[in-house]
Structures are given as structure tokens and as C-alpha cells.
Ligand binder design. Structure first.
Ligand code: AMP
Length: 489
């Protein structure tokens, strides 16, 4: 749960990256950071929101024609300034900066090994492991990797290399497992974008006049008026320099893609195109399918704003039941779930949402939300709607029950806190005190996001427990749901 952005070849790189971060704010609200390159790298990172983190003066201190940025919500490593990204390091090849979206599942064991061999870590974030692996790459391995890149054995090779950074990064990334969409920037103004071989997290490439831009979501390009070129492919590494862009493949055989389906369900902005698909339309299809699978005799369909809106529109259209805004969201509080402290989150529901009596009073109401995780939000909403006069409250969730935690970068709580991991739908309905509760089926979700109803291009481990990349020390088969010591997972 983070957002990354990068721009290369623009007079006002830091300013544009700042705008890019604004459009990714929903992906992380704990810290925001920018690094710009002009002869050397300059870094500015702050806790809190993008708008609070930067101003004219701080941005003016980030000159250069290339910049990368990051908004963070910690899934690995604690929420503190030293973990704020982009991280910046000095190593044998100069300075390098990195911003990461995703979670590495073998970071703990790699870090233990590196520390045993003498590495000193500056942060508790999993991302730092990548830089240590780059710095410690054996000269013979780097030479071999460079030779391989230069002789064109690497698919997609083109252009010349001035240094070892790409070779080192390739060596490092072959040792990590898990989810990563990365942007990197070096002091010689090389920008690199990478997506892990499964493509768990998004990363898109765009063009703004003569500059290249990278972003977690295409909505950023709309804001800065850049043109979307394409997605960075799973397992692709793009190197952007003055001379242009060169693409490399991280691994010879790219595994089947495993794009995170929860990006479609909840996380990405509805105006984004992800995996070539409109998030808004996919959510609408989820709602329509939910109306077919779980109809209700009711008088009004209301969304839990904002994330439930497109699905509620789909539900209303398919069922013919009128759509109304029966809950109003205050835009002056952030995403409550995203606040790390439970106390704030519990209180936050009432702070964030209030019922519209004129819409729900005396009515049989269908309330549509995109996901039900702990059940706390729905329980509060049902109570609020009843207090506002709703005669019946039927909860419809436009995703399957969240039964398993995510180890690839979405902040889902421990299994013990996932209400659907240990309770039946009837029990959950009783807990949230609704008149009826239904979820979208897994097949229904896959049909909504993909043309292939098996949904083979997606990771839906949070709904199925089928983890595409094994966790912890296991090398295959059933993943061990051990606590990895990675922050909140
Ligand atoms: P809960 O109270 O735990 O059931 O929270 C469910 C609500 O949180 C739904 O309204 C979702 O839109 C939202 N939500 C689900 N997953 C996440 C997440 N990983 N981060 C932030 N919000 C989430």
C-alpha cells in the first residue's frame, strides 16, 4: 500500500513529481517523499500528507531534470521518518535512491543473512535489502551480468551501459521474492522502473512532451497531462536516460501474471486504468453481478462512499432499485482504515460517514460496500442506518469474504482479525446486526475483472489462501502463515 512516481527529462521534475504524488495520495498517507537528481541526489521526506509535506521552498531545494517520489503506508517496517521513502544511499557506484510499492516475502531472512555478514541497516523497511544486495554483489558476478547484458543475451537489450547499476540491480532482484514495483534514481540521472515477475503491484509508463513518467496509477497522467504509453510488464526493468528508454527482462521465463485483484476491488482510484481495464467499470460489473447473485426486495440502494459507489451503481442498474446517497462522507478525514491505530479507526467510522435520514427513513435499504475485513465498519454503518429510520438493512459486499492476510503489500490484518477467516456468513450477519448479508462469489469477481472467468492472471490470495509466491522459509507447497516480523502482516 504505497504509491511510486518518477519523471525524467523535465525542467520542473520535482514539481511534476509532487503533483504525481498528490494523485497517488490514496495509496498511502503516512509519509511522502521526493528525491531529485542534478549532479547529486537531493532528498526531502516528511511524515504526513503530500500537501503538508511540501511547499514552494522545499520543492525549490530539489533542482534537477529527474525526480522520483513515494507515498507510504507501512506494511513492512514501522511508521517513522527513517523508513519514509524514497530511501537514499551512497554505495560503490555513487548515490542511488529507491521507492518501493509491495512487500518482499523473504526480506527478513535476507536481512538476517546480510546482518550476519556485517551489513548495517539504516531502516527497518524491507526495501533496504535490495540496496544491500546491490552493493554487495560480487565483482565477478557484476562483470558476468554486464557481459550478458552487453552481448545481448538479455531479451530486449539495446543501448550502451556506462555503469554497473543495472547489472547490480538485476543481481539483487533475482534474490528477492514477493511483490515490488520500484522506481530508482541515480546521481547520473538514470531513472529505473521495475515490476516483479508476477506483476503484483501496478506500474505504468507515460510520456509528457520529451520526458518519460512512471507511476503506480494512470490517474497521475491525467493530472499532469501526460499520455499513457503502456504498463511496465511483469518482470520488466526499464532504464531511462538522456538517450531514451531501454527495456530488459529480469528473468528468462516470466511466470504467469498475478495482478492484485484487490487493486480492482478497493485500492486503486476508480478513474485509473489498471491491467488495461477501467477500475470504475470493473467495480460496476462487480455490483451488477452481485445483484444477480444476491438479489434483495428493497426500495433503495446506497453505497458506502467512496469506494462502494461504482459497485452500488452497478447493483442499482441491474436490480432496477433506485440509487441514492444514503451516507455522506466527510472529506476532511482521511481513509480511516489507513490510520494505523485501532482506536482512531473505530471512532473514525462515525467521524467519516453520516446517514441521510431523508433517504433511508422507513425504507428497506441495500447498502453496498466493496469489502468487509474486520466487520467493524459495516457493524457501525448498520447501526447508523437503523438509527436514521431504516426499516431493513441488507448488506451486500462486492468482493468475496476476506479470509486470508495479504503478504504482498495490501494492509490486511492478521488472520485472527479477519472476521471471515473464522466465522460463517450467518455469524457475520449476526455480528454486524443486518437483516441479510451476501458477498460476491469468487467466480463473479473474476468475471468482472477479467475476460477469463478463472481469473488466472490475478492474485486473489486474500479470498482463497492460494499464495502465488511462497512465504517465509518455505520453498514451495503450502505457505506457512507464520508471522514474518514484517510490520503489520
Ligand atoms: P472493516 O471495518 O475492517 O470491515 O473495514 C472494511 C472497510 O475498509 C471497507 O469499507 C473497505 O472499503 C475498507 N478497506 C478494506 N480493505 C482495506 C485496506 N486494506 N485498507 C484500507 N481500507 C480498506
Amino acid at each position: 500500500m504505497c504509491g511510486v512516481f518518477g519523471i525524467h527529462g523535465h525542467e520542473e521534475a520535482a514539481n511534476i513529481a509532487y503533483l504525481g504524488l498528490h494523485s497517488l495520495q490514496h495509496r498511502g498517507q503516512e509519509s511522502a517523499g521526493l528525491v531529485a537528481a542534478e549532479g547529486r541526489l537531493r532528498r526531502s521526506v516528511h511524515m504526513g500528507l503530500v500537501s503538508d509535506a511540501f511547499n514552494r521552498e522545499t520543492l525549490a531545494k530539489l533542482p534537477g531534470r529527474a525526480a522520483i517520489g513515494h507515498v507510504r503506508y507501512s506494511t513492512a517496517g514501522s511508521s517513522e521518518l527513517r523508513n519514509a521513502q524514497p530511501l537514499l544511499f551512497e554505495y560503490v557506484d555513487g548515490s542511488i535512491s529507491i521507492g518501493h510499492n509491495g512487500n518482499l516475502v523473504n526480506a527478513t531472512e535476507l536481512r538476517a543473512q546480510l546482518e550476519a555478514e556485517g551489513s548495517i541497516f539504516q531502516t527497518s523497511s524491507d526495501t533496504e535489502v535490495i540496496i544491500h544486495l546491490m552493493a554487495r554483489a560480487r565483482p565477478s558476478d557484476v562483470a558476468e551480468e554486464l557481459a550478458r547484458l552487453r552481448t545481448g543475451q538479455e531479451p530486449g537489450l539495446g543501448g550502451a551501459f556506462r555503469d554497473d547499476v543495472v547489472a547490480r540491480l538485476m543481481i539483487a532482484l533475482r534474490q528477492v521474492r514477493g511483490a515490488y514495483s520500484l522506481v530508482l534514481l541515480t546521481d547520473d540521472e538514470t531513472m529505473i522502473g521495475v515490476r516483479d515477475p508476477h506483476g503484483f503491484r501496478p506500474l505504468v509508463l507515460g510520456r509528457l512532451k520529451d520526458s518519460y513518467v512512471l507511476s503506480s496509477e494512470s490517474s497521475s497522467f491525467d493530472l499532469i497531462e501526460a499520455e499513457l504509453i503502456r504498463e511496465i510488464s511483469p518482470g520488466e526493468l526499464v532504464v531511462i536516460r538522456k538517450g531514451g528508454l531501454v527495456s530488459h527482462q529480469l528473468v528468462a521465463e516470466v511466470p504467469p501474471p498475478r495482478f492484485c485483484v484487490f487493486e480492482h476491488v478497493y485500492f486503486a482510484r476508480p478513474d485509473a486504468l489498471l491491467n488495461g481495464k477501467s477500475i470504475y467499470k470493473a467495480r460496476q460489473r462487480m455490483g451488477a453481478r452481485l445483484a444477480q447473485e444476491a438479489p434483495v426486495d428493497a426500495e433503495v440502494v446506497i453505497p458506502v462512499p467512496d469506494s462502494g459507489v461504482p459497485a452500488a451503481v452497478g447493483y442499482s442498474r441491474e436490480s432496477g432499485i433506485p440509487f441514492e446517497m444514503g451516507l455522506i462522507r466527510s472529506h476532511y478525514v482521511g481513509r480511516t482504515f489507513i490510520e494505523p491505530q485501532d482506536s482512531i479507526r473505530h471512532f473514525g467510522v462515525r467521524l467519516k460517514l453520516s446517514p441521510v435520514r431523508a433517504v433511508v427513513d422507513g425504507k428497506r435499504v441495500v447498502v453496498v460496500d466493496d469489502s468487509l475485513v474486520r466487520g467493524t465498519t459495516s457493524r457501525k454503518i448498520v447501526k447508523m442506518l437503523r438509527a436514521a429510520g431504516a426499516r431493513e438493512v441488507h448488506v451486500r459486499v462486492s468482493a468475496p469474504p476476506t479470509t486470508h492476510p495479504c503478504f504482498y503489500g495490501i494492509d490486511t490484518p492478521n488472520r485472527s482479525e479477519l472476521v471471515a477467516a473464522s466465522h460463517t456468513i450467518e455469524e457475520i450477519a449476526r455480528y454486524i446486526t443486518c437483516d441479510s448479508l451476501a458477498y460476491l462469489s469468487h467466480d463473479g469477481l473474476m468475471a468482472a475483472v477479467s475476460t477469463d472467468s478463472a481469473g488466472s492472471g490475478y492474485c486473489s490470495a486474500c479470498f482463497t489462501g492460494n499464495y502465488p509466491v511462497p512465504l517465509g522459509r518455505t520453498s514451495g507447497g503450502e505457505p506457512s502463515l507464520v508471522k514474518l516480523g514484517l510490520g503489520k502482516v
